[in-house]
Design a protein around this ligand. Structure first.
Ligand SMILES: [Zn+2]
Length: 385
């Protein structure tokens, strides 16, 4: 039987590590984050449920597993955050910049929380660097709207490889629209990291789906082996609704909200509902907002906290996925700099002058695995993920 520690004082002295399993055997290290948003308790319940079951489970485990609490103070109060969103500030550690810190919020509750999480992460990496065959990170969330389960990932081939083993919709390239997430921070350190969104905040099904995801993640990453019927049952319980294909999606549009108190989604939208161009979606400062594109509504905001009003997504063609996977492994990259309007910025990034390169620039750089952001009206910067 495995030894499951409820907390691990060897890692640090705070309560960040809810529990851990260290088998001492060479294998994958899986790190689970729960409660990064304090009003999303489904993930915390699910990790604790799986810990209780693993304690009396006789199957062999290899590698190590850690369950890490996110925003501890916000979890205690059941609110999304106290001062600032803990899942929007991580670019601070890589660039020294973060919108969340613009107003001198480095003394915020979440800054303290993020420092502790970062420290815990570094300890785990250091401790297992020699023996780990792989590191896999997962961050568990829920949404304010009704939703089937889905996975969010930054579009790298290694993230795709782990994510595609789950029979749920997969949203690519969310990092271009939502900045400073913990997942992006971990990806930029060079590790696989995926986000699992289980459903609505208070839905009991969200706990069930989170737990199913955790079992499948432990199986898919190689920590344990499920038998075929267990695997099929778990996959069934996270399967998307009929009418929502479990394929890849890309973000077409992102409605940012300055003041969530002045933003009101029209009631009744479920995540992934198909919408037409012109569909009435929300009111902001009492002005009607309609869909600028045809697609599917994604993460409509039904709470008075957060700055992402809604997104519009659409499915990505399998041909594009194949082609992009082929191109990323090829050396055709070296020719990007010869495209009109493209200049080399540094080893990992290019600048694109939109006055010169008008067409398809974003698509071409996405194919090659670049993250594309606008610097100003005429310039794009494309980073290698
Ligand atoms: Zn969340």
């Amino acid at each position: 039987m495995q030894k499951i520690e409820l907390t691990d004082k060897k890692i640090n002295n705070n309560q960040r590590v809810r529990w851990s399993i260290e088998t001492g055997k060479k294998g994958p290290v899986v790190v689970l984050f729960v409660g990064i948003h304090g009003n999303e308790p489904a993930g915390t319940k699910a990790v604790d449920q799986i810990a209780a079951k693993l304690k009396s489970d006789s199957r062999e485990l290899i590698g190590a597993v850690y369950a890490i609490s996110g925003n501890i103070q916000a979890l205690d109060l059941g609110v999304r955050y106290i001062d600032t969103d803990l899942n929007r500030l991580w670019e601070f550690f890589q660039t020294g910049r973060s919108k969340a810190y613009q107003n001198g919020t480095s003394g915020s509750v979440e800054y303290g929380e993020s420092l502790e999480i970062k420290e815990t992460l570094e300890e785990i990496l250091k401790k297992h660097k020699q023996k780990a065959t792989d590191f896999v990170f997962a961050d568990l969330h829920t949404t304010s709207s009704q939703s089937c389960a889905f996975i969010l990932l930054n579009d790298t081939l290694s993230n795709r490889e782990i994510a595609r083993k789950f029979p749920v919709p997969q949203i690519l390239g969310i990092e271009e629209n939502i900045h400073g997430t913990l997942l992006s921070y971990i990806n930029n350190l060079g590790y696989k990291a995926i986000g699992f969104e289980a459903g609505a905040h208070e839905d009991e099904l969200s706990v069930e789906r989170s737990e199913a995801f955790l079992w499948l993640l432990l199986h898919n990453s190689g920590v344990l082996v499920l038998n075929e019927s267990e695997k099929i049952n778990l996959e069934d319980s996270i399967q998307a609704h009929k009418g929502v294909p479990d394929t890849y999606y890309e973000v077409l549009y992102h409605k940012r909200v300055e003041d969530p108190r002045k933003f009101q989604m029209i009631p009744g939208f479920q995540n992934f509902d198909p919408i037409e161009k012109g569909t009435p979606l929300a009111y902001e400062y009492e002005k009607l907002i309609t869909a600028p594109e045809k697609g599917r509504i994604f993460m409509p905001l039904y709470q008075k906290a957060g700055h992402d009003g809604f997104l519009i997504v659409r499915t990505v063609s399998p041909v594009w996925l194949e082609l992009s996977s082929y191109l990323r492994k090829s050396s055709v990259h070296n020719f990007l700099k010869y495209l009109p309007g493209v200049t080399v910025n540094n080893e990992r990034s290019y600048l694109v002058n939109l006055q010169v390169a008008r067409f398809l620039v974003k698509d071409i750089f996405h194919l090659f695995g670049y993250r594309v952001s606008k610097i100003d009206a005429d310039t794009l910067i494309c980073y290698k993920r």
